[in-house]
Design a protein around this ligand. Structure first.
Ligand code: AMP
Ligand code: ZN
Length: 124
């Protein structure tokens, strides 16, 4: 992937994962998004869904992102079940997006955590 690719931040760990410069365990990929297993899972199922474009956080989302956000949210139920989350309502999952320092965000490339599977979990 070129350093001049629009929407790519050469210093961002998740942009490097999208560019396959850092390995990851893929869950799903299309033109707009990538999903991969969290390296430090809290729950039996724990993956991250990210846009391929470098959007730092939810604080950067506006009306122009409605299509992308809709695409991502519509993928969550399908990917969650495929990855082993149990069906609603006895199963289910948590969908979490940390935003900014006070929101507990550590990686500044927008990501949705999807966590599920049988309790107890390590955290959360
Ligand atoms: P946060 O920014 O606090 O919402 O969380 C960032 C998440 O990214 C954490 O759950 C990390 O375990 C995860 N993470 C960081 N580096 C990697 C990586 N190289 N591969 C997979 N997950 C990662
Ligand atoms: Zn990035």
């Amino acid at each position: 992937m070129s350093a001049h690719m629009p929407g790519h931040d050469a210093n961002c760990i998740f942009c490097k994962i999208i560019a396959k410069q850092i390995p990851s365990k893929a869950v799903y990929e299309d033109e707009q998004v990538y999903a991969f297993h969290d390296i430090n899972p809290w729950a039996p199922v724990h993956f991250l869904l990210i846009p391929k474009a470098h959007i730092p956080s939810m604080a950067h989302i506006g009306p122009e992102h409605a299509g992308l956000m809709g695409h991502m949210m519509a993928l969550v139920p399908k990917l969650a079940l495929e990855q082993g989350c149990n069906p609603y309502p006895d199963g289910g999952y948590r969908l979490v997006t940390n935003t900014g320092a006070e929101g507990g965000q550590e990686v500044h490339h927008l990501h949705f955590h999807v966590m599920g599977g049988a309790r107890p979990w390590l955290r959360g």
